[in-house]
Design a binder for this molecule. Structure first.
Ligand code: KMH
Ligand code: ZN
Length: 269
């Protein structure tokens, strides 16, 4: 099956201090997304930053970013409702009112690096219900086995339409370690027919992304997940990381899904 490549250009944490090439303004993010689209990405996972590079759920910044991306390319937009650890859930959830094609849904509260990522059960249910009303497909971010169980509960409560779409997140402190064993175990637990990708954060990004593709999953690439192309070598751009992921997929005999194919594969409205 074709591989869907998602670009995650910015994320919630790293700034230009760690890698000067990380895009943080709406213009820079749109430029990086357009480059990634040319390199094979069909989905853009979008985080927003304010003028001090801090994560924000500001709807004006979000609208401007979405509009600039749409002017440049027809990539599918997946807004992050994770946004950033410092942003309250009530602000994060408003982003889905902009009706992106997709948005992330983080099912559980957890320790996240040095902070706390708050996703209280009632708030998650309210957001899942609203996403369903608006026709915004949920990308379920699972950092541990219990998070998968919670997603299955949400599905059973009628809050998540199938097919379920998962990101198996490996390498966040507070969640599963980035090991092949954890990936194989999680992929094996997903309900039949699920769509999934690996989000491999940090040093083991390359090998776990390759493993995910080899196991039949999709791939995510970009500076949200790693700032390096290899040890000691900063990634010069998001495009370089997307090109690396598409090369892996092609080497494994997977075609790269176009935007139209991705709409079909993911069952998007
Ligand atoms: N960087 C991810 C592992 C989301 O976008 O919804 C966590 C995250 C969640 O940013
Ligand atoms: Zn994210």
């Amino acid at each position: 099956m074709s591989a869907v490549i998602t670009v995650a250009t910015t994320g919630p944490i790293a700034t230009t201090v760690s890698n000067p090439a990380i895009p943080t303004t709406p213009e820079q993010i749109a430029g990086a997304v357009a480059d990634a689209y040319e390199a094979g990405a069909s989905i853009a996972h979008v985080h927003l930053r304010d003028e001090h590079e801090r994560p924000t759920a500001d709807l004006g910044v979000a609208r401007r970013t979405i509009d600039l991306i749409a002017e440049r390319c027809p990539i599918l937009i997946q807004l992050s409702t994770g946004v950033g650890l410092s942003v309250p859930f009530v602000d994060r959830e408003k982003l889905v009112e902009l009706r992106p094609r997709m948005a992330t849904l983080n099912p559980c509260t957890m320790t996240f690096a040095n902070g706390e990522f708050r996703n209280p059960p009632q708030d998650v249910r309210r957001l899942a219900a609203r996403m369903q009303e608006l026709g915004v497909k949920a990308e379920l971010e699972i950092y541990d086995t219990g998070h998968l169980e919670e997603c299955l509960r949400l599905r059973d409560e009628g809050l998540l339409p199938e097919p379920l779409q998962f990101s198996i997140v490996l390498g966040v402190r507070g969640g599963m370690a980035a090991t092949p064993e954890n990936l194989v175990s999680m992929a094996g637990r997903l309900p039949a027919g699920s769509i999934w990708q690996v989000i491999a954060v940090g040093r083991r990004n390359l090998e776990l992304t390759a493993m995910g593709l080899a196991l039949g999953g999709n791939a995510r690439a970009g500076m949200e997940d790693t700032l390096y192309l290899r040890k000691g070598e900063l990634a010069p751009s998001n495009r370089a990381l997307v090109e690396r992921a598409t090369a892996l997929a092609v080497a494994l005999d997977r075609k790269i899904a176009s935007v139209e194919e991705t709409v079909g594969l993911l069952g998007l409205a």
